[in-house]
Design a protein around this ligand. Structure first.
Ligand SMILES: Cc1cc2nc3c(=O)[nH]c(=O)nc-3n(C[C@H](O)[C@H](O)[C@H](O)COP(=O)(O)O)c2cc1C
Length: 172
C-alpha cells in the first residue's frame, strides 16, 4: 500500500479496464474501507457500496451503464449522502478517500458525476427519498491503452493544475 501523498501524485483517471478480477484480499480491504467511511468532515452521513456487475464484457448493458464511457469495468464504488447543507462537499471528500485507497492498492478509478445511469445505480443501492447520489467510480485493473474517449474527457476536466496547487499546499 502506498502513502496517501504518493497516491495523490500517482493517480490518474482510467476509463478502460482489463479482465483481471481484483484479488479477494484487496476486495475485502475495499469493502471494509467503504463500510467504515460513514461521516464527512462537515458531519453529513454518507454510505458506500461496492457493486459487482459480474458479466463485465463489452455488452450492451455495460454501454448503457456509463453511456459507453467506461469499458471493461466489473466493479463500481457507488454511494449516497443524506441531503443537507455541505452534503456535496462531504460526499466529495469521502469519495476521494475511497478513490485514493483504491489507488494505493494499484487499482484504477474514474470519477463519474454525469456519464452514468443514475436511476439504475440508485435502484441497486436502494437510494431513499432523503438521499442523493452525486457520483460513482469504476474500480479495477486499468489497461495501459488510452483511447480517444480518454482524451475527449480528460482535456476539459484535467486535474493536473489542481494537483500542482495541492502539492504547493502540502509542502507548506
Ligand atoms: C466530480 C467529478 C465528476 C466527473 N464526472 C465525469 C463524468 O461523468 N464522466 C467522465 O468521463 N469524466 C468525469 N469526470 C472527470 C474524470 O473523472 C477525470 O477527473 C478527468 O478525466 C481528468 O483526468 P485526471 O483525473 O486523470 O486528471 C469527473 C470529475 C469530477 C471531479
Amino acid at each position: 500500500m502506498s502513502s496517501i501523498i504518493e497516491s495523490i501524485k500517482m493517480r490518474t483517471s482510467s476509463r478502460n479496464y482489463d479482465e483481471r478480477t481484483i484479488e479477494p484480499e484487496k476486495r475485502r480491504q475495499i469493502e471494509n474501507y467503504l463500510s467504515l467511511n460513514e461521516k464527512g468532515p462537515f458531519g453529513s452521513t454518507v454510505r458506500f457500496q461496492l457493486l459487482d456487475y459480474a458479466q463485465g464484457g463489452q455488452d450492451q448493458t455495460e454501454n448503457l451503464r456509463t453511456y459507453g464511457v467506461i469499458k471493461g469495468a466489473r466493479l463500481f464504488i457507488v454511494g449516497a449522502v443524506i441531503s443537507a447543507d455541505k452534503a456535496m462537499e462531504d460526499y466529495g471528500y469521502c469519495m476521494e478517500k475511497n478513490i485514493l485507497m483504491a489507488t494505493s492498492l494499484g487499482l484504477g478509478t474514474c470519477w463519474l458525476g454525469g456519464t452514468f445511469k443514475r436511476i439504475s445505480f440508485a435502484k441497486k443501492i436502494g437510494l431513499s427519498a432523503n438521499e442523493v447520489m452525486p457520483a460513482v467510480s469504476p474500480v479495477g485493473y486499468a489497461t495501459e491503452k488510452k483511447t480517444l474517449r480518454d482524451s475527449l474527457f480528460k482535456i476539459p476536466c484535467s486535474l493536473k493544475n489542481q494537483k500542482t496547487l495541492g502539492r504547493t499546499f502540502l509542502q507548506q
